[in-house]
Design a protein around this ligand. Structure first.
Ligand SMILES: [Zn+2]
Length: 247
């Protein structure tokens, strides 16, 4: 393949811009914010479910309290009714009165037990409320710090995008003037040779694979016409000859 030396040199500019685009894409993929966001998202998910669990437990306890208070009320009402009957003197027989007194005593004991239950539930309610407050605050903090990490990532990505856009424009301008067959060869080599399709021959060395050429190889390269597209024997990339090639 033949190409004007100036177009061959342009391949080096194109290569530099392509390498820069590769670097930018790599930087975008490996932004430290990605790992940070993943970590914070995980924390947030966990704190959300812990908050829901704490809220569920609290509402269960609230229901339990309502029920326990109703139990106390029932016993209290019954005790009051019995007391009223005793006070009114309407209970005739001594046996009925003894039964009633016995029931009043039993109800008082029952009421005291149920009030202990209410107190115990109220204590759990207080613990549960503290737990909900703590979890809600931690969840909100996690949400906030996730949003911060996301905006840091977005800012870093915007910076990368802006540079990539600029480099892409420069690249298009250079690619437009490189002959199609040379560009095609370069692109194919770039795809198969780890992103580098054209390499400078610098001080007897291929800058693509770093191999130093033997004298005989250099002689062959030296003998090639300036518009001949020379390839590296070792890595097969397009070798670009410059005044620093050591030929
Ligand atoms: Zn090479």
């Amino acid at each position: 393949m033949n190409a004007a030396p100036a177009d061959q040199i342009r391949l080096l500019d194109l290569q530099a811009l392509d390498s820069r685009l590769d670097q930018l894409a790599h930087r975008s993929r490996t932004l430290p914010e990605h790992a940070d966001i993943q970590q914070r998202s995980g924390d947030l998910t966990e704190l959300r479910s812990l908050t829901v669990a704490a809220e569920t437990q609290l509402s269960d306890t609230q229901r339990e309290l309502v029920k326990a208070e109703q139990d106390v009320d029932q016993v209290r009402t019954r005790a009051a009714r019995n007391q009223q009957r005793m006070d009114s003197g309407s209970v005739g027989s001594a046996k009925d009165l003894a039964n009633l007194q016995h029931e009043v005593g039993a109800l008082a004991k029952r009421q005291s037990d149920l009030e202990d239950v209410v107190l115990e539930i109220m204590e759990r309610l207080e613990t549960g409320q503290a737990r909900v407050s703590e979890m809600t605050a931690r969840r909100d903090d996690a949400q906030h710090s996730l949003a911060e990490a996301e905006s840091r990532r977005d800012a870093a990505q915007a910076e990368i995008d802006a540079e990539a856009e600029k480099v892409t424009r420069e690249r298009a301008a250079i690619a437009a003037v490189i002959p199609a067959d040379l560009l095609k060869l370069y692109t194919r080599l770039r795809d198969t040779q780890g992103g580098t399709g054209a390499a400078r021959l610098y001080q007897r060395r291929c800058e693509g694979c770093r191999v130093e050429f033997a004298t005989a190889d250099l002689r062959t390269i030296r003998a090639a016409a300036p518009d001949e597209v020379v390839r590296c024997e070792n890595c097969s990339r397009i070798l670009i000859r410059t005044s620093d090639s050591g030929l």
